[in-house]
Write a new protein. Structure first.
Lengths: 212, 735
């Protein structure tokens, strides 16, 4: 293994030890704690959007992500928080028909938008075809990444239909088709640690009318 | 019900519902986002404040002081809790290290404080204002250095830490063909999709916790111990669990801090760990350093086999038992296994899916491949030649069932193993070097007592209540199938309620013991309920047949619901075990087949095909069992090719502690996977005649991938994961 460079060493050193060192400088512990005036709360901002066809108006801390607005304010907990950093895809929703990671988007950025969550696709009594295909092919296990997988799967088939290219296409200018490799590539932002991928591919293939 | 003698014919053998492939009964909830997970109980609980955890910024040392003034003054903050605020906490039985730091810090990101505020955003912002003054001391973070002086485990017991049969050293020295090789596996993270999360609510001195936990009774008991309160005052609820893989076997800091935060705030508090906090705050699968020696005769008969492993953990921790399968998997007259355990100040090592066997087989099954090549034997033929139907240490003990050879031979046929070129680096497909690999799968079955309560309502509906959990394993569905089979009703008309500490204590989910034991517990309760039904109807319960919603005895017959027309019937029982698991060796077997392509220019490995053949007793639901296996195969691909918690040996922490830097397989990495279950029913295991499957599916996968990569490239890598940098400079020349 190559030696770690000096630059990396010092940079990582600062990063890890930073909190401890900063605290030593900033907070002389022997001194009596200073009276700290409470800082004013962050002013709330209004946002209006449609969720699953229903008008919603919220007054939010502007730091609230779209994900937390859905989960904590609208109690639409079908959209999951897996990482809160855009790394896992569990929070996938559709905004104006395009899938996004709702954790990477502030709610107040969505004024006037139309948002579709897993709850808007179908209900236990009336499943969306993709939801039904996931049940039929056992395209999930613990179920936590599942709403994000399903939202992504629906959006992926739409992207392929609309001709949005991906890097696994042989010809970027040709119209993509719903092949196994094409769907797996486009689904790779949605992690499933239970490892239901092979079954999800079959569920999607059934809905797309293609072979897994 | 005490299970002491092998099972005879029972109602489950009808297999009208049990053994049938069936969609999950919780499927419509999970696929519509309406199954509530730990952080999502808005309906049950209101006025919840948000807790955000502050983790230690050092790996080893002491907290000199914590200044919470700025945090307390921040907008919306309701309470800040540190160890200094809560008195002396107890320590649960199952966690090695205390869950709240102070004054000592035992590992990086050990919880130091929880900040409770009106909103998540306020709690997170205020948490950043908590100032901790640490005194950092030197820690032990280098496994290789620590193993140099680490003692053997059980060195104080007979055998002095070594498990021996015959004379290994003598036999190995005189063996005609020998292998002596070292293998390493890195630390692994469970990385389940649902972060650790809990909501805690106090009602006087009683505490209710909605959480995400595999073992309800362990978690409840350890939380009570930690908070120095009677267990009876704690209610623990985990109806849905977003994955665990062993990480959620135990009480963790989210539940403790939610409870402490709620007490301080005087209202319910919810705490979810942030993703980057999880890898260092919680447990992981410890890294191993393994040495394997195999000696054989010229014809490939093993005469000597030794497997030694070293791993590290916190003080009073336990080893990664990577050598155990080697005591049972292959024959050989002279044997040695041993483990060393170093003390490290890294985060706590503990169980992750197939603890022991997963990393152990990643080494052993590569060694078997290497040995077969030395012998000029086919790797399957070499394994078959050294099969054993008895415990090699105690030949009187037979395996209750052992179809390893059939798994290997049927798999070989199905996979097209005869097409494999035994000489490595011979097969090319465009820019891909193509190789095939095989490995045995082996994991013991464990008996665990498990209880359940079954009710027959006045409406004829059968309801099962047990504290068993469904972590994606399919417990809801297989328990419904079991009760349906026993009571003679369709699975659709069974209601299953799980993950609630007010229900009878079950086996819980872990060690692939959940499905077989929890359904055996439901079986036991159903036997009692059948007696009650027969008695109510005035039938002889011994000859009563429960089928198609009716109970029949001789020439008399009644609808099942009629038995409850005068009032609900309920029965509770649990399965307990005698010593059949000592008389017999209860194990599960399988064979993994893998085909890979290694890019001849970049060295990147891609999976092309995967097959698992499993022999694991009766398969209660082939659909959910198959999912367990393909999921385990996927995790096996991760451990083979990408998963590694990188240790910073100076500051003592796992560097890649999120889902972008700790890489796990994604859709693009996993091809179609095939699974075959051999038809089995193990009457020595339990009345269900079932064993475990969820970990068997992982056991051996990593080695099968590694063996396939070697077959593709001719470059043997003994240090996992098999990333391209480890063989790129040695790949065959691109002609």
């Amino acid at each position: 293994m190559p030696e770690t460079s000096e630059l990396e060493l010092s940079r990582r050193g600062v990063l890890t030890a930073g909190a401890a060192t900063a605290a030593l400088v900033a907070a002389p512990v022997s001194a009596a704690p200073m009276a700290i005036a409470p800082s004013p709360p962050t002013p709330a901002m209004q946002v209006r959007f449609k969720v699953n066809g229903e008008r919603r108006e919220l007054s939010l801390d502007p730091r609230t992500t779209l994900l937390d607005a859905l989960r904590e304010h609208l109690h639409l907990t079908g959209t999951k928080k897996g990482c809160d950093h855009g790394q896992c895809g569990a929070c996938t929703v559709m905004v104006d028909g395009v899938r996004i990671n709702s954790c990477l988007s502030l709610a107040v950025m969505h004024e006037g938008d139309e948002i579709t969550t897993i709850e808007g696709l179908g209900t236990p009594d009336k499943l969306h075809p993709m939801q039904a295909a996931f049940v039929k092919h056992d395209g999930y296990q613990c179920g936590y990444c599942t709403p994000g997988q399903i939202c992504s799967a629906v959006a992926v088939l739409d992207e392929i239909k609309r001709g949005v290219p991906s890097h696994v296409q042989g010809d970027l200018t040709a119209k993509p088709t719903a092949t196994n490799v094409e769907m797996r590539e486009r689904m790779s932002g949605n992690i499933c640690r239970c490892g239901a991928y092979s079954n999800i591919a079959e569920a999607m293939a059934e809905v797309a009318g293609a072979k897994a | 019900m005490k299970f002491e003698t092998p099972a005879t014919t029972n109602p489950v053998d009808r297999m009208k519902v049990v053994g049938q492939a069936r969609s999950r009964i919780d499927g419509p909830l999970k696929t519509t986002g309406t199954a509530p997970y730990a952080y999502e109980h808005h309906r049950e609980i209101e006025n919840v404040a948000y807790g955000y955890v502050v983790g230690a910024a050092i790996a080893k040392g002491r907290i000199n002081a914590v200044d919470t003034a700025s945090a307390k003054a921040a907008p919306g903050v309701v309470a800040v809790v540190t160890s200094g605020d809560v008195g002396k906490l107890g320590k649960g039985k199952y966690n090695t290290v205390k869950l709240l730091a102070g004054p000592d810090v035992d590992h990086y990101h050990q919880a130091v404080a929880v900040v409770v505020a009106e909103t998540f955003e306020q709690a997170r912002a205020a948490a950043a204002l908590v100032r901790v003054d640490y005194v950092r001391t030197n820690g032990r973070f280098d496994l290789d250095a620590a193993l140099k002086t680490a003692p053997l485990t059980d060195a104080d017991k007979p055998g002095k830490g070594e498990d021996r049969v015959g004379k290994f050293e003598t036999a190995f020295a005189s063996a005609a063909v020998k292998l002596d090789a070292e293998y390493t596996t890195p630390d692994h993270s469970h990385a389940m999709m649902e972060p650790f999360a809990s909501i805690a609510a106090w009602d006087g001195d009683a505490l209710t916790v909605w959480t995400s936990n595999q073992m309800i009774d362990w978690g409840r008991t350890d939380l009570a111990t930690t908070l120095n309160m009677p267990k009876e005052k704690v209610t623990f609820l985990s109806p849905y669990i977003g994955g665990g893989f062993g990480g959620k076997l135990f009480l963790r800091s989210d539940a403790v801090l939610a409870a402490l935060g709620a007490k301080a705030a005087g209202r319910p508090v919810k705490v979810a760990m942030s993703r980057p906090f999880m890898a260092n705050n919680t447990t992981h699968r410890p890294a191993t350093r393994q040495r394997i020696r195999i000696g054989t005769t010229k014809d490939g008969t093993i005469t000597a086999i030794a497997h030694q492993s070293g791993s590290g953990d916190q003080p009073n921790g336990s080893p990664e038992a990577a050598v155990l399968q080697t005591n049972l998997l292959y024959a050989g007259a002279n044997r040695l296994t041993s483990m060393r355990l170093a003390v490290l100040d890294l985060p706590e090592g503990n169980a992750m899916r197939a603890p022991g066997e997963a990393p152990g087989l990643m080494a052993l099954e590569v060694a078997m491949d290497e040995m077969a090549e030395k012998l000029g034997m086919d790797p399957i033929a070499f394994r078959v030649k050294n099969d054993t139907q008895v415990d090699p240490k105690d030949p009187k003990r037979r395996f209750s069932q052992r179809q390893l050879v059939r798994c290997l031979s049927e798999g070989a046929q199905r996979f097209g193993w005869s097409q494999r070129n035994a000489t490595p680096a011979q097969v090319r497909d465009g820019r891909w070097l193509v190789g095939m690999g095989v490995a045995s799968a082996f994991r013991n079955h464990m008996n665990m007592p498990s209880g359940a309560r079954v009710r027959l309502g006045t409406d004829g509906v059968v309801t099962v209540e047990t504290d068993m959990t469904d972590i994606g394993t399919g417990s809801y569905t297989i328990i419904a199938q079991t009760a349906a089979e026993m009571m003679g009703v369709p699975a659709d008309s069974v209601i299953v309620k799980l993950g609630n500490s007010t229900f009878p204590v079950s086996a819980g989910s872990g060690g692939q013991f959940g499905a077989a034991n929890s359904t055996a517990g439901v079986y036991a309760a159903c036997v009692k309920l059948r007696d009650a039904v027969a008695q109510r109807l005035g039938y002889n319960s011994a000859d009563a047949v429960f089928d198609s919603g009716r109970v029949t005895s001789g020439n008399r017959s009644a609808a099942l619901r009629q038995a409850a027309s005068a009032g609900e019937l309920a029965a509770e029982d649990k399965v307990e075990f005698g010593d059949l698991d000592k008389t017999w060796q209860l194990s599960t077997f399988g064979a993994h087949f893998v085909e890979v392509g290694v890019n001849m220019y970049t060295g990147a490995t891609r999976l092309r095909r995967m097959l698992a053949v499993c022999a694991a007793g009766r398969i209660i639901n082939p659909t959910t069992a198959r999912s367990q296996v393909i999921g385990a195969m996927t995790m096996g691909v991760g451990s083979a090719l990408m998963e590694e918690l990188a240790v910073d040996k100076r500051f003592g922490f796992f560097v890649n502690h999120d889902l972008a830097s700790y890489e796990v397989p994604v859709h693009a990495d996993i091809p179609h996977q095939e699974v075959i279950f051999l038809d089995e029913a193990d009457d020595k295991a339990n009345p269900m005649k079932a064993k475990g499957i969820g970990e068997l599916g992982l056991c051996g996968v990593g080695a099968a991938v590694a063996n396939a990569v070697y077959n593709a490239t001719g470059v043997r890598i003994r240090d996992y994961p098999l990333t391209l940098d480890k063989h790129l400079d040695r790949l065959p020349a691109v002609a």
